[in-house]
Design a binder for this molecule. Structure first.
Ligand code: FAD
Ligand code: DHB
Length: 393
């Protein structure tokens, strides 16, 4: 079997694994990124779209933000819509001058893959990690099934950045890992459409039929979501039905419209939330979705993943370059504090905006929360600060 040796083996070329590889490369630390899928696949996977203020700065300062700054859309506010009326939350005004950048996750992935290839640093696509061993013995190994045959990677550290369906989190022994999980009684049907967005800012909408979200990727591309039942099948949603339902939910008394166009991509995502504690076992460090999933309302998933690897890159640098393990030892606690804050925010947003179909008490509470949000500057300020920059608070 072929053997390779590196300082840090990174499992997964999502936003977390790619940014970690980039930050390590810049600080002179060797890594190999191992990715189960092809380059085309990871670059086409349509997912998140909102980048927080501090995370946009992180990408910029690390030299990965050039295209994001050129074509990303900077937003200073967000709309909350319910009872057929829209209310603007002035994010920048309420957060001391901060803003969000709307830039697709797959664009972040493309930028980071290009940087890595330009730097000549190793990234192996179509390479599935099958096992992690020796994590507590001081001699970690990563077993990989690659197109040219099986490979064994020997390393000092393993970064488990392989998302919620990866193998890394299973490497935490049962008597070490604590897993906290919840499934919501809803899913999101998301589309990407060739249609100029009819609104300049994102719209989070609560309607008695369900949740809707109006987002975008560019002046000609709209990204929209509908809250649907978890067992809903994509085949049952024709283009016409999707657009009609979006128009119904997003309608206002002022006559707001939804611009229609060809649907380029569509999918249904179940909504669940997970936290795995601790985020470390021996030489293995979990980052991003491998350690935690938040419900998507609030757009925190990718931001959390990138914030984890900012902490991890610095901790690995201190350990490898200065033989100081203090930051590595506190990695899990440092990240989990932020992760739980993001869980609280994402759950608050989710519960406020997804109506219940059988619990009128819940619906009364949701509406009261929304009214408080749009009538109280204090409540709006709390939301604005978390929405714009939770990972730097
Ligand atoms: P991922 O992006 O999942 O990357 C993990 C990588 O590891 C993948 O490329 C995977 O192929 C690879 N991998 C897995 N197993 C192995 C293995 N055994 N060997 C090698 N490689 C492996 N967040 C939002 O904020 N807004 C959204 O609208 C939104 N939509 C989403 C839709 C979907 C369908 C999903 C799954 C997530 C969505 N998220 C959204 C969450 C957000 O996209 C994630 O939080 C983000 O992708 C986390 O990045 P990551 O790098 O941790 O994990
Ligand atoms: C998008 C996704 C989200 O989960 C969100 O809260 C806002 C925007 C998006 O894909 O654009």
């Amino acid at each position: 079997m072929k053997e390779l040796r590196t300082q840090v083996a990174i499992v997964g070329a999502g936003p977390a694994g790619l940014l970690l590889g980039h930050l390590l490369e810049r600080s002179g630390i060797e890594s190999i990124i191992l990715e189960r899928r092809s380059r085309e696949y990871v670059e086409r996977r349509v997912r998140a779209g909102v980048i927080e203020h501090g995370i946009a700065n992180l990408l910029d300062e690390s030299g990965a933000g050039q295209r994001m700054r050129e074509v990303g859309l900077v937003h200073h506010g967000v709309e909350v819509r319910f009872e057929r009326r829209s209310h603007r939350i002035p994010l920048t005004e309420l957060s001391g001058g901060k803003s969000i950048t709307v830039y697709g996750q797959q664009e972040v992935v493309k930028d980071l893959v290009r940087l890595r290839l330009d730097a000549g640093a190793p990234i192996v696509f179509d390479a599935a990690v099958t096992a992690l061993d020796g994590l507590s013995s001081g001699e970690p190994t990563v077993s990989v099934s690659a197109p040219e045959g099986d490979v064994l990677v020997r390393c000092d550290f393993v970064a488990g950045c392989d998302g919620s369906f990866g193998v890394s989190h299973h490497a935490l022994p049962a008597n070490v890992a604590r897993r906290h999980e919840r499934t919501f009684p809803t899913a999101w049907l998301g589309i990407l459409a060739e249609a100029p967005p009819a609104a300049e800012e994102l719209i989070y909408c609560r309607h008695e039929n369900g949740f809707a979200l109006y987002s975008m990727r560019s002046p000609t591309l709209s990204r929209l979501y509908l809250g649907v039942r978890p067992d809903e099948r994509l085949e049952d949603w024709s283009d016409g039905r999707i657009w009609d339902e979006l128009s119904t939910r997003l309608a206002t008394d002022e006559g707001a419209v939804v611009n229609r166009g060809p649907i380029l991509e569509r999918g249904i995502t179940a909504m669940r939330t997970v936290v795995i504690e601790p985020m470390r076992y021996g030489a293995l460090f979990l980052a991003g979705d491998a350690a935690h999933i938040v419900p998507p309302t609030g757009a925190k998933g990718m931001n959390l993943a990138l914030a984890d690897v900012r902490v991890l890159a610095e901790a690995l640098h201190e350990s490898i370059m200065s033989h100081n393990d203090t930051l590595l030892d506190s990695y899990s606690d440092t990240c989990l504090e932020r992760v739980w804050r993001a869980q609280e925010f994402s759950n608050y947003m989710t519960q406020m905006l997804h109506p219940s179909f059988d619990d009128e008490f819940e619906n009364g509470v949701q509406t009261a929360r929304l009214r408080q949000l749009v009538n109280s500057r204090e409540a709006a300020t709390v939301l604005a600060r978390s929405y714009v920059d939770l990972n730097s608070l």
